[in-house]
Design a protein around this ligand. Structure first.
Ligand code: MG
Length: 383
């Protein structure tokens, strides 16, 4: 029985993780969980699972819930999450938090020798170097939940990483893949939130539309699979059936395919090396008919090119980029800025924030603040 501590339980990945746990009650058990502001979801989870403790974002919600559930420990805030991790007996952390907030729990799990099933790619984008250092000192392992990285992980099974020629990450292109740069100027939030293939949370759906998400995935792949950036390629694949590929030195290309359903990568991250049945619609290639691939247009999607640049240069740049993106993405979702300004702000932050080395969690915090403040300043000038 694997005991799971689930953070971000009320989000898209969180809910699908709960579905996976419920499908295999003989193998998986929910040990504890954290939600943000969605306390209705906390109540729902508590109907299905008897956990001794859980965490919410706001103190006032914690007070309310502590009254409703007198036998349980209710924690709150970032400290509350770390306390929950300390006091819970668990085997694997499923980190489905959104954004920079996911970094500290990922690091804390590794430093306490707990495995991490990682959906929070920002942990590696911002603090990949720090996470890598912690992994070298501890027995913990990261299992990717991001579908592309799960695909690569699956394609690597039974092969040797040192014989990899390159990783090929597939990209659907997001909601606006068929629009020109000119047409992007007037797009609405509602249009941006309608992803053609995947059902995901709002933040990542916007990141997909700008392809910042794909840029993050390149950086995530660099840290997960220890390959330089010139061995990590992106290819456009509108059908999202091939979830990513690995090319070996003999030019054999392994691809992992499936219907776009996040429950498969979630389940594999928890069941590896085993495979378990999953009640998803099986892939019917005859029905899909055509699989298309083409080169990404780096001028059309400047944030993809920017991610390569920030990743290569290293230091604080990826954390700055992530923080500026987090603020700009949020401002777009609040209808404070137009869609194309997300790109302007993120590019501006990477160009204009001073470069610094990133050696400690304090350096990371400073980089996050710098990127965030740059973005807030730019957003303030629009509003
Ligand atoms: Mg992905």
């Amino acid at each position: 029985m694997k005991r799971i501590l689930l953070l971000g339980a009320s989000g898209s990945i969180g809910l699908q993780t709960i579905d996976v746990i419920l499908q295999h009650p003989d193998l998986f058990e929910l040990a504890a969980f954290g939600v943000g502001k969605n306390i209705e979801q906390a109540r729902d989870i508590l109907k299905q699972f008897d956990v001794p403790a859980f965490a919410v974002q706001k103190e006032s919600d914690a007070v309310t819930l502590a009254r409703e559930y007198p036998g349980k420990t209710v924690l709150f805030g970032e400290e509350g999450i770390l306390d929950l991790m300390k006091q819970t007996d668990y085997d694997v952390l499923v980190n489905a938090l959104v954004g920079f907030a996911g970094f500290a729990p990922t690091l804390a799990a590794i430093e306490s020798d707990h495995d991490v099933a990682l959906a929070n790619k920002e942990s590696l984008v911002c603090g990949g170097e720090l996470i890598q250092r912690a992994l070298a000192l501890h027995s913990a392992v990261i299992y990717p939940i991001d579908s592309e990285h799960s695909a690569i992980f699956q394609c690597l099974q039974g092969n040797r990483t040192r014989q990899v020629r390159r990783l090929i990450i597939t990209a659907s292109g997001g909601s606006f893949r068929n629009l020109s740069r000119d047409q992007l100027k007037d797009v609405t939030l509602e249009q941006a939130l309608a992803h053609p293939n995947w059902s995901m949370g709002a933040k990542i759906t916007i990141d997909s539309a700008t392809m910042m998400n794909k840029g993050f995935e390149v950086i995530e792949a660099h840290w997960l699979f220890h390959l330089p950036y010139d061995q990590i390629d992106v290819i456009m694949h509108p059908q999202s059936i091939v979830h990513s590929m690995v090319e070996y030195v003999d030019h054999s290309v392994m691809a992992q395919m499936g219907t776009p359903d996040m429950r498969l990568p979630i389940q594999y991250a928890l069941s590896w090396p085993d495979r378990l049945p999953l009640d998803e619609t099986p892939l019917d290639l005859a029905k899909v008919g055509t699989l298309e691939f083409h080169e990404p247009d780096k001028e059309r999607f400047p944030l993809l090119a920017l991610a390569y640049e920030a990743g290569e240069k290293g230091g604080n740049l990826c954390a700055v980029m992530n923080a500026a993106n987090e603020a700009a993405n949020h401002a777009f979702r609040n209808r404070q800025i137009p869609f194309t300004m997300i790109e302007d702000i993120v590019i501006g932050a990477v160009r204009e924030c001073p470069f610094a080395e990133l050696n400690t969690p304090e350096d990371l915090l400073a980089a996050n603040t710098a990127g965030y403040e740059y973005a807030v300043n730019r957003i303030g000038k629009v509003y």
